[in-house]
Design a protein around this ligand. Structure first.
Ligand code: ADP
Length: 398
């Protein structure tokens, strides 16, 4: 089936057209600066990249221009829109409404709206993208694939914060977790590649990108994850602090004379390995700086790895063991040194890393030795393909 995958931000719209049978990506690209001026980037797999500067006053015009481009007689990738079987939308948040992807109808839209306060930057934009596609392709089935849904299987003891309980019942303050599409896809691939029995499997997925999170996946279901009510909790990230003592917030606000929005901006955009190193949020830059003797860049890398070690240790304990640990996303797929630094702490679990395999990049590979007691893998994440596959699962029998 051919699925158009849409990921809408407040002023952007990323798209891919994917054949789920062959996993071929016909075209990918994005609309940028929607509502400002407009820029459409169009990258067909078998043709040259094009950039169009037509105005994009709103997302509907963005979707229309994408559809026009992919069906263009000269440089399009399909002859007509009839060839598109369904549309899969990446949607940030569904609150507690769903634990899986769903075919979009009026009730689903109401539930996404109902989670707007939990995802104030993304959910309204996701809804705009859905409305634009519905207006232009009313007869096509549309599916919402939620970033939070995979983690809805977490038990309450993992999801509820030790705050007054009415904050949960009144305001829905709890751990939701994010990167769900990636954790779901990568944990499934891990079970297949490592040859595990899904119903008797303990997997830890380390999604280490600019945003980063770890999940504990027991028998195919998420039972804990490091991001919380928002993506700020958990690991040290590119620019996010991850876990800190919450009292630091008031302490720094007073010392630096910041208001709460400024403080949250510091925690989200100026912290993490960027804040510690003062160099960059990009691990390639940090490695280069550390190699030149920059101690803070080295410290940032060590802190990043140490936090991952702590989460893996915690989730191994939470599941009473672990069969496989998988690395994914930009850092997890590419930075063998970070992977090694993390895994060096797990000799006590009987983990042994094959240095040659660990030096490979961007491939599905088992990087542990055959006699390692726990399998360690690298599985490149592919959120767009996962969204397309989930979409097909839901629409194939409609
Ligand atoms: P996100 O989707 O959260 O923006 P990605 O998963 O694309 O992030 O990861 C981006 C990060 O991956 C970059 O900021 C960089 O730190 C890291 N990265 C990408 N390529 C490499 C590489 N070859 N070596 C080390 N780190 C890399």
């Amino acid at each position: 089936m051919k699925v158009l995958v849409i990921n809408c931000g407040s002023s952007s719209l990323k798209y891919q057209l994917i054949d789920t049978d062959t996993e071929e990506v016909f075209v990918s690209g994005l609309c940028e600066r929607i509502g400002i001026d407009g820029r459409l980037v169009y990258k067909p797999a078998n043709g040259e990249k094009r950039i169009f500067d037509d105005p994009l006053p709103d997302h509907k015009v963005g979707v229309k221009n994408v559809l026009d481009a992919i069906t263009n007689p000269e440089y399009g990738v399909i002859k007509s829109l009839d060839e598109i079987d369904a549309i899969g939308h990446r949607v940030l948040h569904c609150g507690e409404a769903y634990s899986c992807s769903v075919v979009i109808d009026d009730e689903v839209i109401k539930n996404i709206e109902g989670a707007n306060d939990l995802g104030p930057l993304h959910n309204p934009a996701n809804l705009i993208g859905i409305a634009a596609c519905q207006a232009l392709m009313p007869e096509k089935p549309q599916v919402a694939v939620f970033d939070t849904a995979f983690h809805q299987t977490m038990p309450k003891k993992a999801a509820i914060y030790a705050l007054p309980y009415e904050y949960y019942t009144k305001h829905r303050v709890r751990r939701y977790g994010f990167h769900g599409t990636s954790h779901s896809y990568v944990s499934k691939r891990t079970i297949d590649v490592a040859g595990l029995d899904k119903n008797n499997s303990k997997v830890i997925v380390c999604h280490l990108g600019n945003g980063a999170s770890v999940s504990a996946v027991l028998n195919g279901k998420s039972v804990d994850t490091s991001m919380g009510l928002t993506p700020l909790e958990g690991l040290v990230m590119g620019t996010r602090s991850g876990d800190i003592d919450p009292a630091i917030v008031q302490f720094i606000m007073k010392k630096e004379n910041l208001n709460i929005d400024e403080m949250l901006n510091v925690l989200n955009k100026k912290s993490g390995v960027f804040g510690v190193s003062g160099v960059s949020s990009d691990f390639r830059d940090l490695e280069a700086a550390a190699n030149e003797g920059n101690e803070r860049a080295q410290l940032a890398r060590e802190m990043f790895a140490y936090r991952v070690v702590k989460y893996i240790g915690a989730y191994t304990a939470a599941m009473n063991g672990v069969d496989a640990i998988t690395f994914t996303a930009g850092v997890g797929e590419n930075d063998g040194k970070i992977r090694k630094a993390i895994m060096d702490n797990f000799g006590y679990l009987g983990i042994k890393i094959d240095d040659e395999k660990n030096s490979l990049r961007g491939k599905e590979v088992v990087i542990s030795t055959p006699d390692s007691k726990v399998k360690v893998l690298v599985i490149p994440t592919n959120e767009e393909l996962a969204i397309a596959q989930e979409t097909v699962e839901l629409v194939k029998n409609l």
